[in-house]
Design a protein around this ligand. Structure first.
Ligand code: SIN
Length: 480
């Protein structure tokens, strides 16, 4: 069991640890064993967190940007000082390999560092006035109390992307993590306590998502809702939030194309595809869901790629050298199996993997399929697992058409050495994020988010801070 100090089986609400009542079991996906329980809280406790956040808001927003930035910096330092313990906690509840988990803690920390610095740069404008005796002043102010709902696939980093921006902007935040991975979220409560964050500025509550989300939507003290998760849930949440005129940020599903042109650097493309597809066992919304390879390089790519994937070590993420942990649960395995069965029944060939791993439980073999077609489920449905389907295309136009043939628009990738093609394809892809000769695009300094059914708003970067700020225009008259 990871360091006890960060392992809390109570919720952190209004600066107090709260337990009691009914509980929810949390299991280690690698062993199937119980790790512990967390409170099953509902609307009453959510209200308590909201009331505390609302009460502390005037004081929090009045703090100078320097003070808020310094506190964000302290969270960054606390995360980095405890990277090993927090990484272990993350692996135990989520399953990803320890090296990836520690990498996620550092990734999460980097948002607090970035937004802590960015807090000092919330500039307004003086707009040239239409009148000689009046001035037009534009300032930016924190939106207010934020309700956040985050998924299990990046339990530490997804909270960081939201909480760091909220805190830097001057907004208190209530975090509702996924029930599969609550402990990494509750660890933020320990850190908040340690660094002396004012009570109510950050709360962490565990319980049923619909109940807590309804309170976020209906409670007039909450001004913004931020969500990372599936598109259907995001749409329901957005429409509920809109009924109460709440601001929303939605980071939803994807169906990322990963295009390899004939002129690509083959080894670079293979390495990029492995990193992009198998990061977090493919349980990533920016994971390559469709690998489109041009005919002239298709066989060579398939051979090299499958050989690399075949050599990946699967196992408990706490063991040395493991590159792929278990999938989060049985439903995830069932979806992966269904996609493979559908594809093979329609003519796809398995190059490696294709079935549950001999370790049992929710371990699955890293899989590569070739001769995949647009009639197969893998082409339109996000697999969210370790399956790489290889599609073939002939021309640049065909690749662009195939890539854009989806209701999603989060991340996309392509590999080419032709500068003209790089610009043409970059401009033609209908996606919020594009990796050009790169398979990993995540960084706190760039705007992360999608178009179409992949959501709205951006996280990270200066744009990510704007999502937590309202614009105020003041006309100052009577000057002459
Ligand atoms: C996600 O899968 O939602 C986030 C991945 C990332 O930040 O890189």
């Amino acid at each position: 069991m990871p360091e006890r100090r960060f392992f809390r089986e109570e919720c952190y609400i209004a600066g107090e640890w709260l337990g009691g009542g009914s509980v929810i079991d949390v299991n280690n996906p690698a062993t199937g064993e119980s790790i512990g329980t967390v409170p099953n809280l509902g609307r009453a406790e959510t209200q308590r967190a909201i009331d505390a956040a609302h009460a502390v808001f005037p004081e929090w927003r009045e703090r100078s940007a320097d003070e808020r930035g310094d506190l964000c910096r302290k969270i960054f330092e606390a995360l980095m000082d405890n990277q090993a313990a927090l990484g272990e906690l993350l692996t135990v509840e989520m399953g990803k390999p320890l090296a990836e988990a520690k990498g996620e803690v550092a990734y999460a920390a980097s948002f607090f560092k970035w937004f802590g610095e960015e807090a000092r740069r919330v500039y307004g404008d003086i707009v040239p006035s239409s009148w000689a005796d009046k001035r037009i002043v534009v300032t930016k102010q924190p939106v207010g109390v934020v309700g956040s709902i985050t998924p299990w696939n990046f339990p530490t980093a997804m909270i960081a992307r939201k909480a760091a921006a909220a805190l830097a902007a001057g907004c208190p935040i209530i975090c509702k993590p996924a029930l599969q991975t609550p402990y990494s979220a509750l660890a933020y409560g320990v850190i908040a306590d340690d660094i002396g964050l004012p009570k109510g500025v950050l709360s962490v509550i565990t319980g049923p998502a619909p109940e807590i989300a309804d309170e976020f939507c209906e409670n007039p003290k909450v001004r913004k809702i931020t969500f990372t998760g599936s598109t259907p849930v995001g749409k329901t949440l957005s429409s509920n939030a809109l009924r109460y005129m709440k601001r929303v940020s939605m980071e939803l599903g994807g169906n990322a194309p990963f295009i390899v042109f004939d002129d690509a650097d083959l080894d670079r493309a293979v390495d990029g595809a492995v990193a992009c597809k198998y990061r977090n066992s493919g349980q990533t919304c920016v994971s390559a869901n469709r690998i489109l390879v041009q005919a002239g390089i298709y066989d060579a790519f398939a051979e090299k790629f499958a050989a690399k994937v075949k050599s990946m070590k699967v196992g408990n993420g706490l063991e040395d050298g493991v590159e792929q942990g278990p999938l989060i649960d049985e439903a995830a395995v069932a979806k992966v199996e269904a996609h493979i069965t559908d594809a093979t029944s329609k003519g796809a060939e398995i190059l490696t993997g294709g079935k549950r791993h001999e370790l049992g439980g929710t371990f699955f073999e890293p899989t590569v399929l070739r001769d995949v077609a647009s009639t197969m489920r893998v082409s339109c449905d996000e697999t969210f697992g370790p399956v790489a389907p290889l599609f073939k295309f002939e021309t640049e136009e065909e690749a662009i058409r195939m890539a854009n043939d989806t209701e999603y628009g989060l991340a996309s990738y392509f590999y080419t050495r032709d500068l003209g093609r790089a610009w043409r394809v970059m401009e033609a892809l209908e996606y919020g994020i594009i990796g050009v000769n790169e398979g990993i695009i995540s960084t706190p300094v760039a705007p992360f988010g999608g178009v179409k059914d992949s959501g709205q708003g951006r996280e990270g970067s200066k744009y990510g801070l704007e999502d937590y700020l309202d614009i105020k225009y003041a006309l100052v008259g009577g000057l002459r």
